[in-house]
Design a protein around this ligand. Structure first.
Ligand code: TRP
Length: 353
């Protein structure tokens, strides 16, 4: 069996540091590992429209932003097929047949959908497209026969639902579809980078993000505004690490080499933490250090992004080529699906059957 990755993002905003540590960084490592036969990275514009039907422009404008973020992080169109979901009509067709394999009550039990319905305040007015997006997501994954889907934890119910659809289809018709496996971020810190304000998650709507496209100045300002320890009022006071976002970020990003380069008075994070807890270490010093690290991490990404941004035409060409390639693959799967179901009337020997 082939080793195939599919994953994607809704283009509802630029990607931020949470996306980067939670998934983009890993994707690039997987892409460059040489362990995969095919890699598909999808800009999920159709899924984004399921709760943004009245704001197509937002989705439209963010397609290139997300594509730029991908390229800036090191996703490489020579190694990965980067494409736009809405340009693959076969995905709709697959969804339509999969809908018959899923009950309304099963969708109602999907914890991610449940949670998102509440977050968006839909109450009784849930758009049908939104309600059924787990089925469309199963189409995204199965169209490419992906066996590996790198995602965040919140997407686990989607993968589970996809697996159920695959099993139903393969049992009811014929073994055509591949059951996917989710691949989660390596550790808790990567899975859930808190926002700058200490909120559980970085999220655009909370305005607590560092974007991959942020300027040096923006990053500095944002790091300076980060939530620390409200009890640490004077430098001499003992500081606390728990819930201290600056230290959470240091846990996620700092290496011993950073100390050598930017803060040689300490050997490593343990020493810095010990001093902070003892008292006598100001937040300003720690934030200055974190800023150096963030700048070092984000500078190459931003610079690559600016380079790609100079030629958006080329970015769209890349997306178009990727979409054409993706479409060929999805069409092949759809053909197998229809044959398995016995509805490929003009291709199979319909009259003899
Ligand atoms: N639901 C994903 C998100 O919220 C986007 C997505 C759409 C996706 N289809 C997918 C992810 C298939 C993995 C596999 O960003």
């Amino acid at each position: 069996m082939k080793n195939v990755i599919l994953t994607g993002d809704r283009p509802t905003g630029k990607l931020h540091l949470g996306h980067y540590v939670g998934s983009l960084k890993r994707r690039v490592i997987l892409q460059n590992s040489g362990e995969f036969d095919d890699i598909y990275i999808m800009v999920a514009d159709a899924q984004a429209l399921t709760d943004n039907a009245d704001d197509v422009n937002k989705v439209r404008n963010n397609i290139s932003e997300v594509a730029l973020d991908y390229l800036a992080c090191g996703l490489d169109p020579k190694k990965s097929v980067i494409f736009i979901q809405s340009q693959i009509p076969e995905l709709c067709e697959l969804s339509f047949y999969y809908m018959n394999l899923v009950t309304v009550s099963r969708l109602q039990r999907n914890p991610t959908v449940k949670n998102e319905i509440q977050l968006r305040g839909f109450k009784q007015s849930i758009p049908t497209g939104f309600f059924t997006y787990p089925i469309s997501q199963a189409a995204d994954i199965t169209a490419f026969k992906a066996n590996v889907v790198p995602v965040g934890e919140d997407q686990l119910p989607m993968i589970e639902q996809t697996r159920e659809i695959v099993r139903s289809f393969n049992t009811m018709y014929k073994e055509v579809l591949v059951e996917p496996q989710a691949v989660l971020p390596e550790n808790e810190l990567c899975a859930r980078l808190p926002g700058l304000d200490g909120a559980a998650k970085m999220s655009k709507s909370l305005g607590n993000c560092i974007y991959l496209s942020d300027s040096e100045k923006d990053i500095k300002k944002k790091v300076q505004s980060m939530f620390t320890d409200p009890l640490h009022l004077r430098v001499e006071d003992p500081g606390h690490l728990e819930g201290n976002t600056v230290f959470t970020y240091l846990d996620a990003f700092s290496h011993d080499e950073h100390f050598e380069e930017f803060l040689p008075a300490y050997k490593n994070l343990d020493e810095l933490k010990a001093h902070y807890c003892r008292g006598g270490l100001g937040d300003g010093t720690v934030k200055k250090f974190l800023n150096e690290i963030m700048q070092a991490e984000l500078r190459p990404i931003r610079e690559r992004r600016e380079e790609f941004q100079k030629d958006l035409g080329e970015v769209f060409n890349m997306l178009q080529k990727g979409s054409e390639k993706a479409r060929d693959v999805a069409a092949q799967t759809l053909d197998e699906v229809k044959t398995a179901m016995g509805i490929n009337y003009f291709k199979s020997n319909f009259l003899n059957k």
